[in-house]
Design a protein around this ligand. Structure first.
Ligand code: WQD
Length: 340
C-alpha cells in the first residue's frame, strides 16, 4: 500500500514499484492535494492500472476497509501528509491533526492487520539549521523551523515508540532532502499549485513564460556564491530508494526494528547553480531579480547518504542536468495537454 499515491513522490514511487516487477500496488489518496488523473499517467507509463482508494486516512473506518478488501498487503509506504512550509505556519492545527492523525491510523492498521513493514516519508527539515555538514543520520534533530517539520519529528518519535510494544513491527524512516524533476518520459511530474513555493516549479513557470520573472531570495549568505545551498535529487532516485527500502524490510535485512536513512545526493547545489543548469536546458536566459532573504531559509544543508548506499544498495542515477531536463519536458507536456 502506498498512501498519498497520487502525489508527486508517491506516484513516482508507484511507477518504480510496478516496474521492478516485484510488487503489486494499491494507492490510498483522498485527492485533496492531488488528482486521480495521476493514476492514468502511471498507467500510460507502466501499462498497469493501479487502483486508488479515494479515502481520508484520518477516517479510520474507511481506511481500515481498504485492508479488509486487500487482505494480502505486506507493507505500507506512508507519504500522505500536508507539506507546505508556509501554510503550516499559518495553520498549525490543520497540520498536526492531518499529518499525525493519519500516521496514528497507519500505525494502528499495522497492528490490527499484522503489517510488518512500514516506510515513513520524513524530511531533512527534522535536522533544523545544521552547522556541520554534510548531515548524517547521527546528526541530532534540531529545532523544527515550522509546524510541518515538527510533524515529521513527532511522526518519527511515534513510530519509534510503537516498536517497543510490537516486536513484529519493522519501520524505515527515510529523510528526503530536496526532490525535484519529473519522470524521464516527461509524462508524470509535480503538479504544483498555481503559486508554487519550491524553486524548480517556479523556474519552470518562468522558463515557459507562465510568469514573467522570479526572485532569488538572497545572495548575501555565507556560501560559495552567496545563494542558499540545498541537496537536490531526482524524484525517480527517491522513488527507487523506496523500492530498495521495501526489499530491505521484506527480506528482513534490517538490523533493528526501526532504522533511519538520509536520502540525498550528497552534493550541495546553490540557487544560482540551479538557475544556470535550467538556462542550459531550456536554451535561454531566465528572468530573475535578487531579492531579500525568505523567512525560515537556512544557508546550506546537504546530506551524507552512505548508509542508504551501503545497506539499501541505493545510488542516485540522475544529475542536476537530468533533473532540469525532465522538469522541462514535463512542463512542456502539461502545456501540450493544456491542463496547467
Ligand atoms: C530552495 C531554495 C529558496 C523559490 C522545502 C521544504 C522542505 C521540502 C522541500 C517538503 C531556497 C530558494 C525558492 C524562489 C528562491 N518540502 N528559492 N526563489 O525550502 O529547501 O525545502 O521544500 O518536504 O521541507 O522546506 O526548498 O525549493 O522552497 O527552496 O530563491 O522563487 O531556493 O530560498 O534557498 P526548501 P525550496
Amino acid at each position: 500500500m502506498v498512501t498519498g499515491g497520487c502525489g508527486y513522490i508517491g506516484s513516482h514511487t508507484i511507477i518504480e514499484l510496478v516496474q521492478s516487477g516485484r510488487y503489486e500496488v494499491v494507492s490510498v489518496d483522498n485527492n485533496v492535494r492531488s488528482t486521480p488523473e495521476t493514476m492514468r499517467r502511471v498507467e500510460r507509463i507502466t501499462g498497469v492500472k493501479v487502483p486508488n482508494y479515494k479515502v481520508d486516512i484520518c477516517d479510520k473506518a474507511a481506511f481500515f476497509k481498504v485492508f479488509e478488501e486487500n487482505p494480502d498487503i505486506q507493507g505500507i509506504i506512508h507519504f500522505a501528509a500536508y507539506k507546505a512550509v508556509g501554510e503550516s505556519v499559518e495553520q498549525p492545527l490543520m497540520y498536526y491533526r492531518n499529518n499525525l492523525g493519519a500516521l496514528a491510523n497507519v500505525l494502528e492498521a499495522c497492528l490490527h492487520f499484522g503489517i510488518q513493514a512500514l516506510i515513513f516519508s520524513s524530511s531533512c527539515s527534522v535536522y533544523g539549521d545544521v552547522k556541520n555538514l554534510p548531515v548524517s543520520e547521527k546528526t541530532p534533530m534540531g529545532q523544527a523551523f515550522c509546524p510541518y517539520a515538527h510533524t515529521k519529528q513527532i511522526g518519527e518519535e511515534m513510530i519509534r515508540n510503537m516498536m517497543v510494544p510490537n516486536p513484529s513491527m519493522n519501520a524505515l524512516i527515510l529523510r528526503y532532502f530536496n526532490p525535484v524533476g519529473a519522470h524521464i518520459s516527461g509524462m508524470n511530474g509535480e503538479l504544483s499549485p498555481d503559486k508554487p513555493n519550491n524553486l524548480v516549479p517556479i523556474i519552470m513557470r518562468v522558463a515557459s513564460g507562465k510568469q514573467p520573472s522570479m526572485q532569488v531570495f538572497g545572495t548575501d549568505y555565507d556560501t560559495r556564491d552567496g545563494s542558499c545551498i540545498r541537496d537536490y535529487l531526482h524524484v525517480s532516485d527517491i522513488a527507487d530508494a523506496h523500492v530498495k527500502a521495501m526489499d530491505y524490510l521484506l527480506e528482513h535485512r534490517n538490523q533493528e526494528q526501526c532504522e533511519v536513512f538520509n536520502l540525498g545526493s550528497g552534493n550541495g547545489i546553490s540557487v544560482m547553480e540551479m538557475l544556470a543548469a535550467a538556462e542550459e536546458v531550456v536554451g535561454h536566459k531566465l528572468n530573475y531579480t535578487v531579492g531579500g532573504r525568505r523567512a525560515g531559509d537556512i544557508p546550506a544543508i546537504y546530506g551524507d547518504s552512505s548508509r542508504a548506499n551501503t545497506l539499501l544498495h541505493w545510488n542516485c542515477r540522475y544529475n542536476v542536468h537530468d533533473m532540469m531536463e525532465s522538469a522541462w519536458k514535463w512542463e512542456q507536456y502539461l502545456d501540450s495537454e493544456g491542463s496547467h
